[in-house]
Design a protein around this ligand. Structure first.
Ligand SMILES: NC(=O)c1ccc[n+]([C@@H]2O[C@H](COP(=O)([O-])OP(=O)(O)OC[C@H]3O[C@@H](n4cnc5c(N)ncnc54)[C@H](OP(=O)(O)O)[C@@H]3O)[C@@H](O)[C@H]2O)c1
Length: 92
């Protein structure tokens, strides 16, 4: 499993290179699956927990993300989404 980002799916202001990198992950997993190899690319939205990439976000960043219509992923929801993604059988 690789951790991708919705920035690659919907685009995200100021994150062009990050979006491209995540689309690469999605395409790599699609390619692997077409070859019969295992793989899942989990396209995360932003996590609510103030850690990792979400550490240091400004209030303006948080308001911009909220305006995009993506509510932050809470830890319990995120772990459930992880299980659901693995069980789905879908590559992305
Ligand atoms: N957090 C979010 O809201 C969110 C949303 C969408 C997608 N994602 C994706 O989920 C993944 C994890 O995000 P996160 O928030 O957990 O990030 P994070 O806390 O910054 O963790 C990134 C991890 O990658 C390691 N790392 C960075 N550069 C590396 C390198 N060159 N070689 C080996 N390891 C390296 C870091 O190791 P060290 O600790 O040793 O530096 C760290 O363990 C990322 O790929 C991110 O794009 C996160």
């Amino acid at each position: 499993m690789v951790f991708s980002s919705v920035a690659g799916t919907f685009g995200s202001a100021g994150q062009g290179a990050y979006a491209a990198g995540n689309v690469f992950l999605d395409a790599l997993v699609e390619y692997r699956r077409a070859l019969g190899l295992p793989g899942v690319s989990l396209v995360w939205g932003p996590w609510a927990r103030d850690a990792g990439m979400t550490r240091g976000l400004s209030e303006a960043d948080r308001r911009r993300m909220a305006r995009s219509g993506l509510p932050p992923v809470e830890a319990e929801q995120g772990t459930a989404l992880f299980d659901a993604a693995l069980a789905s059988g879908e590559p992305v």
